[in-house]
Write a protein that binds this ligand. Structure first.
Ligand code: HEM
Ligand code: HEM
Length: 162
């Protein structure tokens, strides 16, 4: 850990401060992408459970494929965003704040990783894997809304602390 603090200490203060705003902006984009992925997932389920006639129409939307793509993007950026949020916090404070935003953030990152790991089972048609996937990710979306509020409180603190 020693070399890490030396490395961060070498960062110009203004750069370290400016980096504070990359994570919040990025995470608002991820929230939008996650909501879009959710809509695609719901449409994928609609396609899977529709009757033959309706299915013919819905299948053109390629919702399952697009959901998998957008889900994967959300997974990748959430992992990077979470880790970089911790890095920037450490660079500016020389420590992490073991508070709700950190713990819920790590929890969310774990949830989406586990949900994504169910993909091969879901693609093999496992219904339990699908239910667990949806349960984990709906919890994720709820936590995300809360995380946005606690995140903006941190932004506010950074802006108002001299
Ligand atoms: C719109 C939503 C969000 C906002 C506005 C926000 C804002 C912030 C801010 C301002 C910080 C302080 C460090 C920095 O400035 O880079 C931070 C830290 C952090 N954020 Fe977020 N965040 C959001 C969403 C998320 C999400 C979705 C995750 C994870 C899934 C996450 C994980 C973290 C973690 C792990 C830290 C380090 C906290 C610490 O060590 O004290 N954030 N966030
Ligand atoms: C953003 C959060 C996410 C939400 C809200 C969500 C939601 C859903 C929903 C509602 C379904 C339909 C289940 C059914 O057919 O009964 C589904 C299916 C699926 N999801 Fe997600 N998901 C999310 C993220 C992800 C991620 C990160 C991945 C993988 C990287 C992923 C991969 C899949 C796959 C492979 C299926 C099965 C599609 C098929 O029928 O072939 N999802 N998801």
């Amino acid at each position: 850990m020693e070399y890490l603090s030396v490395m961060f200490a070498a960062l110009p203060a203004s750069l370290a401060y400016g980096l504070n705003f990359v994570h919040p902006l990025l995470m608002w984009v991820v929230l939008g992408l996650a909501l879009y992925a959710m809509v695609l997932g719901i449409k994928a389920k609609k396609t899977r459970t529709a009757d033959a006639e309706e299915r013919k129409q819905l299948i053109k939307g390629q919702f399952a494929k697009r959901h998998f793509l957008f889900g994967s993007i959300v997974l990748a950026v959430m992992v990077l965003g979470s880790v970089s949020g911790m890095a920037v916090t450490y660079a500016n404070n020389g420590k992490l704040f073991v508070g709700p935003h950190l713990l819920v953030g790590l929890g969310m990152t774990s949830l989406i990783a586990i949900a994504a790991a169910l993909s091969p089972l879901m693609q093999a048609g496992n219904l339990i894997a699908r239910k667990v996937h949806v349960g984990l990710n709906m919890t994720l979306i709820s936590l995300f809304l809360w995380q946005a509020v606690s995140g903006m409180q941190i932004v506010n603190k950074i802006l108002t602390t001299p």
